[in-house]
Design a protein around this ligand. Structure first.
Ligand code: FAD
Length: 690
């Protein structure tokens, strides 16, 4: 790996993560991560944020003003909160009349019609295209209210419609595409985004659906057969609009995006048709009230002007940030719904020794539901404000989604503990919510993967500036005299005291190269400067929070938590450095430490956001909820050791590797005699060896 600092603003420059993977000899991952990073960087360039990410500043400084931390709540209080009233009124009226869902639990067309007439489907679409020109923060308020009132599936539908549906057209569509399709969206025509395929999941750049120029006309023909079928596409239905991510040319490198309207019914090849199309339920047990489809295209005609001039995966990254904020708003709503239903039950139900509500454990569960709701709302509103003000959302958009999805699932369980058997009643909305709460952790990016991506994003400048030299030196040891990579088992990923005994020559060379490397001296300077600042700050630790200028204006029940979160976030710069120095190039494979660090960043930022959000509302009951939520988050942070847990993580990784290897090689005897069930939507891959 070159020790030259890559230009982090140039999408062509391989990301530090991709370079590190290449240096560790993991060419496949380096290629995949590099391709995804390029798409993410292009999306960031398009967004044109002019301020560094909040999470990065919380860790590496300068510390953001408290007004910035409260800007989400303040922004939400300033918007016209009645903008969504007509939409909510229409939706709730349909629900009350029993017209919101069909007998088999699907969203009813009657509901869609009423909500569309009230402007719900074009809520954030500009007026010139028939929309209501609402702000995303106003949409978040509507999404939350829908989910809070048993209309979560409608919130899911509208979120998809507006964040990645209309959102992709608004950001990347041509004028003609906007003129044609956005009025349809405003009228309530469903719009989907089809990226996932039977054969491709999280590795989005590998899509295999493709287009070829139409030999008969000026447009394209789309091919997505077999395991190239688009799968789990929310909002996709006959007659609906869909943005389809497809490769340009079967073996082409470019991944495009095409908008089309699906036929009203399946089409078979024959005398009347030279193409084939079908759209059927994906048979998922989540989002069951919504359309969720598997779609097949064979020689399907796409008009020339259906091509959205952009990379399909870049569009996904661009729109995901809004999708994640809306998911957090929905999670806030769902959790308020759980708390409302569970508290009504607890207040009415006699438990052992009095009403259930009187007892401490059910109260703690209720606190978890309502605290998760407040936290999800705080993060969603803060992210939306930051986005509006041109702050890079790297980090915040990811932890917002992960924190909200995790708390929603935990709130579901907490609700079940209070509601008991009735939470499994087939007609209860708590029961209905269960699958959606699980799938929130998977859609819009799987939580653990996005936490690792977040760590990469918020530490990228530091890694590029200070760590690249060390990685480069290690990499230089992994090539032979002709510059060719050494065989895998001869590569050195980590220099430990034992290496000095086993391979003193290599350690000597590494030390020599390191000492003559400018980046190493930069790192040494960084360590010295930052350590000195920490030492000078030590006396400040003794200052009571009540007289800390930065925290004394916060309610006294919250000030200590905010202070704790800020201090611990600042200390994470040392945790990241330690993890790097300890794991070195092996960090490309060591997911456990990165995920753990990501989780701690998530918990601390959530604490800070929740405390400031509640403080800004000045609502005593929300301040109490925030204090409880912060206490619970703090307990979890204290249980997650980073610097002092390095050896423990090594042990854990060793055990994980042992069990994983046994399972991979079919040597785990506990699995003997258990035949795996064939999974749905089988893809073309060798069956797992067992
Ligand atoms: C209800 C529902 C609605 C959806 N809606 C849409 C939609 O509208 N449009 C759309 O395009 N897609 C949609 N999806 C697809 C969703 O985005 C994918 O399920 C998701 O991207 C994961 O893909 P996968 O399920 O194929 O998992 P896989 O890609 O098979 O991954 C399996 C697991 O392995 C993990 N994994 C993979 N690689 C690594 C790695 N390097 N390190 C660690 N872990 C790894 C993943 O995180 C995941 O947990 C939907 C899915 C569902 C279930």
């Amino acid at each position: 790996m070159s020790t030259k600092e890559p230009d982090s603003h140039s999408p062509q420059a391989a990301s530090t993560a991709a370079q590190a993977l290449a240096a560790a000899g993991d060419a496949d991952s380096a290629r995949d991560v590099g391709a995804l990073d390029d798409a993410a960087k292009q999306a960031a360039l398009r967004l044109g944020a002019h301020k560094r990410s909040l999470v990065e500043r919380l860790i590496y400084g300068p510390l953001p003003e408290t007004s910035e931390l409260q800007s989400g709540a303040e922004g939400a209080a300033r918007v016209d909160t009645q903008a969504g009233d007509a939409v909510m009124h229409a939706a709730l009226a349909a629900l009350e009349r029993g017209e919101a869902f069909t007998a088999d639990g699907k969203l009813a067309d009657a509901l869609r019609k009423e909500v569309a007439a009230a402007g719900g489907y074009g809520f954030t679409v500009p007026r010139e295209y028939g929309g209501k020109a609402g702000e995303y923060t106003q949409l978040a308020l509507v999404e939350e209210e829908m989910a809070a009132n048993g209309l979560g599936p409608l919130a899911v539908e509208i979120s998809g419609e507006l964040t990645i549906g209309a959102g992709s057209l608004l950001a990347y569509g041509t004028d003609a595409q906007k003129q044609t399709f956005l009025p349809m969206v405003s009228d309530g025509q469903l719009m989907a985004f089809g990226l996932t395929e039977v054969g491709i999941g999280v590795n989005a750049k590998k899509v295999r659906a493709y287009v070829e120029p139409d030999p008969k006309g000026s447009g394209y023909r789309l091919f997505a057969q077999g395991d190239r079928n688009k799968l789990w596409i929310t909002n996709a239905t006959h007659g609906g609009l869909v943005g389809i991510v497809a490769r340009i040319g079967e073996t082409g490198k470019k991944v495009g995006l095409f908008i089309t309207r699906l036929p009203e019914e399946n089409v078979q090849k024959g005398e009347d048709s030279d193409y084939e199309f079908w759209c059927q339920s994906s048979n998922t047990g989540a989002f069951t009230a919504n359309y969720n489809s598997r779609i097949h295209f064979d020689n399907f005609p796409l008009q020339q002007d259906s091509e959205i001039p952009a990379d399909g995966v870049e569009v996904l990254f661009y729109c995901l940030r809004m999708g994640r904020c809306m998911l957090a708003a929905m999670a806030a709503g769902y959790q308020r719904m759980f708390a409302a239903d569970a508290s009504a039950y607890a207040k009415g139900r006699e438990g052992v020794g009095g009403k259930v509500i009187k007892h401490e454990l059910p109260r703690q569960h209720l606190g978890k539901m309502i605290g998760g709701a407040l936290m999800s709302r705080a993060l969603s509103h803060l992210s939306l404000r930051q986005d509006k003000e041109g702050v890079d959302l790297a980090g915040l958009r990811d932890l917002t989604k992960s924190a909200a999805a995790t708390s929603a699932l935990e709130a579901q369980i907490a609700c079940e503990r209070v509601l008991g058997g009735r939470s499994f009643d087939k007609l209860s909305r708590v029961h209905d919510a269960r699958h959606n709460m699980h799938v929130f952790g998977v859609v819009e990016g799987e939580d653990d993967l996005i936490l690792m991506g977040m760590v990469k994003d918020v530490t990228d400048s530091f890694t590029t500036k200070y760590m690249a030299g060390m990685l480069g030196v290690l990499q230089s040891l992994n090539v032979d005299a002709d510059g060719k990579p050494l065989p895998r088992d001869e590569r050195l990923l980590r220099i430990t005291p034992a290496t000095a005994i086993d391979q003193p020559g290599k350690v000597f060379t590494a030390t020599k190269r390191l000492l003559s490397n400018l980046s190493f001296w930069k790192l040494a300077g960084w360590v010295g400067g930052n350590a000195l600042i920490e030492v000078l700050r030590l006396p400040l630790l003794l200052l009571p929070t009540s007289i800390s200028p930065r925290h004394q204006l916060l309610p006294k029940d919250l000030a200590g938590y905010a202070r704790f979160a800020e201090r611990r976030l600042r200390w994470l710069r040392w945790a990241y450095l330690s993890i790097n120095l300890y794991f070195q190039l092996e960090l490309t494979r060591a997911q456990i430490p990165l995920q753990r660090l990501g989780k701690v960043i998530e918990l601390l930022t959530s604490m800070l956001a929740t405390a400031h959000h509640a403080a800004s509302t000045r609502d005593p009951s929300q301040i109490r909820v925030a204090a409880l939520q912060c206490e619970q988050l703090m307990t979890r942070v204290k249980g997650m050791r980073l610097i002092t847990g390095l050896w423990q993580m090594d042990r854990l990784r060793k055990h994980v590797a042992g069990v994983g290897e046994d399972i991979e090689k079919g040597n785990c005897t506990l699995l003997d005699g258990v035949e795996p069930q064939a999974f749905s939507h089988p893809f073309e891959a060798k069956p797992p060896k067992r």
